[in-house]
Write a protein that binds this ligand. Structure first.
Ligand SMILES: [Zn+2]
Length: 340
C-alpha cells in the first residue's frame, strides 16, 4: 500500500544500488547499504527495506529511516514510486518505534548449519538420554533449536575445526551437548556426566559480544514484545517443554538464555539485536538468587514490564522436578504516558 507498484520499486532499487533480493516471506527487500556498502561485490547486503512498513535499516552501520529518504539518497523521486498519502499517514502515526522490525534478520554466520548435527544413528544415544533426563517433557530432539550433538560434523561442515584442539574436540564429541547462540559466535556446552572434570564449556567460534541462546515463539509485531529470560539453555528449554510454564511461554515472543547472571547488560543487547526500544521481561530465576539481586533490573529504562519468578520447589527452572511458581511482578507504569 505504500508503494505504487512493488515490482517497479524493486527494479528501481536493483538498478540504482546494484542488487536487490526479496526476503523469504517477501515482506522485505534486501540490498547494499548506500552508506557503508556502496559498490560492494558481496553476494548480499545488509540494508533491509520493509514493504509492509515503509522503513529501512542497515544492520551493519545502523543507517535507518523512512523509505522516501532512502529513495532521495540514491537519486530517485519518492513521488514516482510511493503513495504519498499513505506515507504521510504512516509518518504521523509512527509512534515510538524509531527502528523498523525486520522478521528476517541478516545472518552473518550462515556457514554454521546446525541441521547437520542431529545424528540418525545411535552413537549419540548417551547424549540424547541425558537431554531426555533433563527435559522430561521434550517431544523430540529435533524440536530443540540449535542443539549440537555431533561437534565433529558441525565444525567440519562449518570449516571451523581450527577453533578447538584435537583433544578438546574428542572430549566434546563423547561427553557434551551444545547449543549454538543466536549470533552464532559461541557453542555453550554441558557435560552429560555430572562428575566430569569440566561441567561447562564455551566454544568460541567468532568474535562478538552480547550473545545469547534464543528460542523463537512468535514474531515481534508492533506490540511491546515479551521475552522470557533465564540463566542457561536448560532453564529456558525446560520452560519451553513444560505444561506448567505454558502460559508464560505463550505470552513470550522469545525465550532467551542470557548465559550468565548479568541480566542488566544482556537486556540492552537483546533489545538492540531485535531492533526494538523496550520490552516486557519475564525472569525465571535460579533459586539461590535473592530478590534484591534484581533491584537494578527493576530500574532498567528499557523494561516496560518486569515479572520475576522462582520455582516453588526450590529448584532452578532447568531441573526435572519443576515449576509451580512463586513471587513476582513489577509493573513499571512510569513509561506508559497517557495524554489527557
Ligand atoms: Zn550501512
Amino acid at each position: 500500500m505504500y508503494f505504487q507498484n512493488e515490482s517497479t520499486f524493486f527494479e528501481f532499487i536493483k538498478s540504482t544500488i546494484g542488487i536487490a533480493k526479496y526476503s523469504g516471506d517477501k515482506k522485505e527487500i534486501i540490498t547494499y547499504c548506500p552508506n557503508c556498502e556502496f559498490a560492494s561485490n558481496k553476494s548480499h547486503g545488509h540494508l533491509y527495506i520493509g514493504l509492509d512498513v515503509p522503513l529501512y535499516n542497515c544492520f551493519k552501520c545502523d543507517n535507518s529511516g523512512v523509505v522516501d529518504k532512502l529513495i532521495v539518497s540514491v537519486g530517485g523521486n519518492p513521488n514516482e514510486l510511493m503513495n504519498m498519502d499513505s506515507l504521510s499517514k504512516f509518518k504521523n502515526n509512527r509512534g515510538t518505534y524509531k527502528k523498523p522490525i525486520f522478521y528476517s534478520r541478516p545472518r552473518e554466520y550462515e556457514k554454521y548449519n546446525t541441521s547437520v548435527a542431529i545424528p540418525t544413528d545411535d552413537s549419540f544415544e548417551p547424549k540424547i538420554n541425558y537431554i531426555k533426563k533433563r527435559l522430561i517433557n521434550m517431544t523430540s530432539i529435533n524440536d530443540i533449536p540449535n542443539v549440537i550433538l555431533d561437534y565433529k560434523t558441525f565444525l567440519k561442515e562449518s570449516n571451523a575445526l581450527n577453533v578447538v584442539s584435537d583433544n578438546m574436540l574428542e572430549y566434546l564429541q563423547t561427553d557434551f551437548v551444545g547449543f549454538l547462540t543466536e549470533k552464532k559466535t559461541t557453542v555453550i556446552s554441558r557435560n552429560i556426566n555430572d562428575f566430569g572434570k569440566i561441567r561447562y564449556h564455551k566454544l568460541k567460534l567468532e568474535d562478538g559480544y552480547g550473545d545469547f541462546y534464543s528460542i523463537k515463539i512468535k514474531d515481534i509485531d508492533f506490540e511491546v514484545p515479551t521475552f522470557l529470560i533465564a540463566e542457561g539453555p536448560f532453564d529456558v528449554l525446560s520452560c519451553y517443554f513444560s505444561a506448567e510454564m505454558k502460559q508464560y511461554v505463550e505470552r513470550s515472543n522469545y525465550l532467551i538464555a542470557i548465559l550468565g547472571k548479568y541480566y542488566n547488560n544482556v537486556i540492552s543487547y537483546i533489545l538492540d539485536y531485535y531492533g526494538i526500544p523496550k520490552g516486557n521481561f519475564i525472569v525465571v530465576s535460579d533459586p539461590e538468587i535473592p530478590d534484591n539481586y534484581y533491584n537494578k533490573l527493576k530500574q532498567h529504562p528499557q523494561i516496560n514490564r518486569l515479572e520475576i519468578y522462582w520455582n516453588s520447589t526450590g529448584d532452578d527452572f532447568g531441573s526435572t522436578t519443576h515449576t509451580p511458581v512463586k513471587k513476582y511482578n513489577y509493573i513499571k507504569n512510569k513509561y506508559i504516558r497517557r495524554r489527557h
